[in-house]
Design a protein around this ligand. Sequence first.
Ligand SMILES: *[C@@H]1O[C@H](CO)[C@@H](O)[C@H](O)[C@H]1NC(C)=O
Length: 382
Amino acid sequence: MPSSQTAAAAGRRSLAGFTLRVLLFILTPLAVAVFLAAQIGDIDPAPFPRGLDSPESLVAEEEHPAVLGGASERLGDGLLPGPEDLVYDEKEGFLYTGCRDGWIRRFRPTAAPLDVVVEDWFHVGGRPLGVARSPDGTIVVAEAYQGMLRLNKDGSVSLLADEAEGVKFKLTDGVDISSDGLIYFTDASHKYHLDAYPLDILEGRPNGRLVSFDSSNNQTTVLARDLYFPNGVSLSPDQWSLIFCETPLRRCRRYHIQGEKKGQIENFVDNLPGYPDNIHYDGDGHYSIAISGRRSKFWDLVMKHPLLRKYLIVIVKLVGLPPLSRAGVLSVSLEGRPKALYSDRDLSHISSGLKVGRHLYMGSLTEGHVLRLDLSKFPLDA
Ligand SMILES: *[C@@H]1O[C@H](CO)[C@@H](O)[C@H](O)[C@H]1NC(C)=O
């Protein structure tokens, strides 16, 4: 081939190469932008309503930062996938929990770890979260996807409520029951299902409600709306109020059920050291608040800036939520004063703390067991 033709062909090739590079240069960012926009969709993160950036968090009178060393035991290890919430039936002596695989399981918690027999008790499907015991002994479950369920003594499951005011629940989460049988629960979000819950947190908008259900007339009532991911809920021991936790705001508030302030909401405990999940009255003058993970510089920054949360949506969709660490259980007085924090660097996603006798039981969204802490091994002067 004459050399002039070879040169022309080479020129065409390099022109084609050049055009390709220009196209890639333009198209790659365009493709990235389209991809990002598709991931973010119409989620428009908002600023949270108040400063979450006070430099110091609440500090408990007693801090126990390494509870995994020695004084803790794993119960039902490997048999309890993600035991999220816990309830104890004193009469029957069983601890009940809802697992990731849709099973409600129970076991006698006082046994030695190797003697714990875990019973597959009821299969409700979905992802059971909150569990509570009615005065008649039946167990009620906040199943994240279906709504509020009652496990009947004849082995059947009834759906009690799956909507309020015409708006479906999307994430029924925490539940407690008064001594007269009224069921109080949270719908953490009417917008996102559990499998997309990080998006609700990142969106930073109040999509949650506090609800009651009365079995005597099947009435579902919205007690409070526009809450920020309302999670755990616990009646006060006098049954006059409800304490509920708003996870992204690191706080729990009090809803007055009766009395002069009936229907009003007040602060209960603010500026928690981490992100609260379930809350339970411990039968002994305190509430146990599960702290699913501690606040950190990273999360402080993310919570402060809606734009950061917007881009974090992409990462969360691709690889999930960055892990939380140093989880545990905070014990607070009836007035909301922080008394003791039981945590560990290696704990993540502790979702419930329940005190029975001298033991503190910890449930977790992700672990495969229930932790048992012998509180008598954590002396006050530790
Ligand atoms: C409540 O609903 C259940 C079924 O969901 C029904 O069997 C029961 O009769 C209802 N009770 C009242 C008081 O309407």
